[in-house]
Design a binder for this molecule. Structure first.
Ligand SMILES: *Cc1c(COP(=O)(O)O)cnc(C)c1O
Length: 423
């Protein structure tokens, strides 16, 4: 029997045929808007398949038509992205927000109810609360720590249980690393599903990426990524992806064709390059993050560290969810310095190796101040409830030598010490 290879072994070759590209070892950038048909009959056949007018004949491949519908860089990228989670199909987009908004628009219609976890990435939060509601879509959020029964009760009390159409979650939550139970969320979806109406569970898996958490294996119907983060991984491209079964991705790609928010050939090519090192980059990042968290945990100027690796038995359900669904502690660490915004800013301004920027999952380490940057739009009371306070710094650990990352944080935290002496 042929041994099944690991995804990281297939990232250099899967889905690409060099003989179709003059023997080029790498997939070239197919920078073209349209594709020449060999005959009118062939063009007719390609359209019949692409628009679902008939099923593919045995051995027939979907023909290339026009780069808003398909393009080799995009198709090969989609094929490779399915491997990490053993998904049937994938659709890539020009941004994470394009993937998220397209999925929500495809699976929701006026009158429907969307149940979602809070907090969410700011852009998703805005799209759900400010844009979906303009189309008379009802939205209802639940918080980290609420049990399955409490959430079911919440939906029933809304009076809109019959209208529930989708559950959308993001876990771990940004920037606190709080966890939402994926299997539990699927059970809620099943609880409200009816024979003629399945309620889908969509999971934004950006924070742990395709290596460290596999939501589809835990019951998710759709998995979403900002491919800008770990998948792209070099802070040089904006992109998104959605994974799911063939039937659901067919719907997602259908709307993508008409919104026109597919990824460009150049984006596809850049991400193909990034995928070749996804596993080694993420391994290095997870290794470094454990070391950096251990350093922060012991530091006198640090009040609290928010890191998956810090969860223990006494954290109860959070600890158990961590063990069930996360394969590593990830690469994101938030920590509170002793003090407030002034102290946090001093530390951020003193960093030398670590760059002061939002975004995450890149080769270089990044630091930012959630309360005034990524989460500045979040309601103040909710920010306090979620522990997103002025003393918090969020770190995205990179692939540098961990001793250099720690040295940089250490010298930046020293600023607080010298200031104290002078006061
Ligand atoms: C960045 C991010 C997004 C949005 O992705 P873009 O590529 O910036 O459009 C969505 N969800 C999460 C969790 C993110 O971190």
């Amino acid at each position: 029997m042929k041994k099944k290879m690991k995804p990281e072994s297939l990232m250099m070759s899967y889905g690409y045929k060099p003989e179709l590209s003059e023997g080029s070892i790498k997939c070239p950038i197919f920078q073209t808007s349209t594709f020449v048909f060999k005959s009118a009959e062939e063009g007719k056949g390609f359209f019949e398949v692409a628009y679902g007018l008939r099923e593919k004949n045995k051995g027939e491949e979907t023909g290339l038509i026009y780069s808003r519908i398909n393009n080799p860089d995009i198709e090969i990228l989609e094929a490779r992205l399915t491997l990490w989670e053993e998904a049937e199909d994938c659709a890539v987009f020009e941004s994470g927000m394009a993937a998220i908004s397209t999925v929500l628009l495809e699976f929701l219609k006026p009158g429907d109810l969307l149940l979602f976890s809070s907090p969410l990435y700011g852009g998703s939060d805005h799209f759900i609360k400010k844009i979906l509601t303009k189309f008379n879509i009802h939205v209802l959020d639940f918080k980290v720590g609420q049990s399955k029964d409490e959430i079911i009760k919440l939906v029933n009390q809304s009076g809109l249980a019959d209208n529930l159409a989708m559950i959308y979650i993001e876990t771990p939550a940004n920037p606190t690393n709080h966890l939402i139970d994926i299997e539990g969320s699927k059970e809620i979806a099943q609880h409200f599903s009816k024979p003629d109406k399945e309620i889908y569970l969509a999971v934004d898996n950006t924070y742990l990426g395709p290596i460290w958490q596999h939501p589809m294996k835990l019951g998710a119907d759709l998995v979403l990524y900002s491919a800008t983060k770990y998948i792209g991984g070099h802070s040089d491209v904006i992109a998104g992806a959605c994974l799911g079964n063939k039937a659901l991705i067919k719907r997602v790609k259908g709307l993508r064709t008409f919104l026109g928010n597919m990824a460009s050939p150049n984006t596809g090519w850049l991400l193909l390059r990034s995928l070749e090192t996804l596993k080694v980059r993420m391994d290095a990042i997870a290794f470094n993050a454990d070391k950096v968290a251990a350093f922060l945990n012991k530091h006198q100027a640090v009040e609290k560290v928010y890191f998956l690796g810090n969860l223990t038995e006494k954290d109860g359900e959070q600890f158990h969810i961590r063990n069930r669904q996360c394969l590593t502690n990830g690469g994101m660490i938030s920590f509170d310095v002793k003090g407030g915004e002034k102290e946090a800013f001093k530390v951020l301004n003193a960093l030398k190796l670590i760059k002061l920027a939002v975004s995450l999952g890149s080769t270089e380490s990044l630091a930012e101040h959630p309360a005034t940057m990524t989460h500045s739009d979040v309601d103040l009371q909710l920010k306090q409830e979620l522990s997103i306070t002025e003393k918090m710094i969020r770190l995205s650990v990179g692939v540098e030598n961990y001793e250099d990352i720690i040295h940089d944080i250490s010298q930046a935290l020293d600023i607080l010490k010298t200031n104290k002496k002078r006061n």
